[in-house]
Ligand binder design. Structure first.
Ligand code: MF3
Ligand code: CO
Length: 249
């Protein structure tokens, strides 16, 4: 069952989402060669808690940290550690917060110093794929119109979308129905309705789409070792016109 949100509930979700966006903005400024992913996690947790929020991921299915910090060939769910970032790396920063019982969830992938031009293109195309998906999140469309738009944009640039992970409905739970795949034919799945709130989150690989999970049971990496990018927004479908991007400042 897809839980529709009232306008008042969406305002609360907007506050949770804004906190996520502000935290990501603060983290981006800390990304540089020499910083550890643990330091980024500590900054994120402090930032959220001092503003009255609760980290959404910490303790979720025993996930140990506030932040998911996925470096290079890590696709999603990289666990912050003493790993030191170096020039030329890319890092996915994925973050959730709870405010007044509602979740916000967003992710960005950013360069560490100067990066290879083809890798910069991977980041740009993945973010564009997210926005193309968001553009389809309008009343009258069906869920897979989002998925199809994401897939088409990534593949047109010669990249591949990860199919083992999906976006999701979000509200009083981090993960609600429906699942939001990043691939598929258009015109399928539930009709989009006002009050639906979705976390759309394409993961795009420079090489093949296959992923595997490391022995830590969390970190997803590309099978072929190629680099991977991840962008995510929490969006609310409007009665008319384009969706409201709750995690955009
Ligand atoms: N954005 C991811 C998701 O929606 C992050 C979840 S990490 C977890 O699934 F630790 F909370 F699982
Ligand atoms: Co998510």
């Amino acid at each position: 069952m897809i839980i529709l949100k009232t306008p008042d509930e969406i305002e609360v979700m907007a506050r949770a989402s804004k906190l996520v966006a502000e935290t990501l903005q603060a983290l981006k400024r800390e990304v540089r060669p020499g910083v550890t992913t643990d330091e980024l996690d500590r900054i994120a947790e402090e930032f959220i808690r001092t503003r009255g929020g609760v980290p959404a991921f910490k303790g979720y299915r025993n996930y140990p940290k506030t932040l998911c910090a996925s470096v290079n060939d890590q696709v999603v769910h990289g666990i912050p550690s003493r790993r030191v970032l170096k020039e030329g790396d890319i890092i996915g920063l994925d973050l959730g917060a709870i405010v007044e019982g509602f979740y916000g969830d967003a992710a960005v992938t950013v360069p560490v110093g100067a990066i290879d031009p083809r890798v910069a293109e991977l980041l740009r195309v993945t973010e564009e794929a997210l926005y193309n998906g968001i553009e389809q999140a309008v009343v009258g469309n069906r869920l897979s119109d989002i998925s199809h738009a994401v897939q088409c944009h990534a593949e047109a640039a010669g990249f591949s979308v990860v199919t083992d992970f999906v976006g999701h409905g979000i509200g009083r739970q981090l993960h609600e129905e429906p699942q939001v795949p990043n691939h598929g034919k258009p015109g399928q799945g539930p009709r989009l309705q006002v009050g639906m709130v979705l976390a759309i989150e394409p993961m795009v690989n420079l090489g093949a789409s296959g992923v595997r999970i490391l022995d830590d049971q969390w970190t997803a990496v590309t099978d072929d070792g190629s680099l991977s990018a991840h962008f995510e927004h929490t969006i609310a479908i409007q009665a008319s016109g384009p969706p409201r991007i709750l995690t955009k400042l």
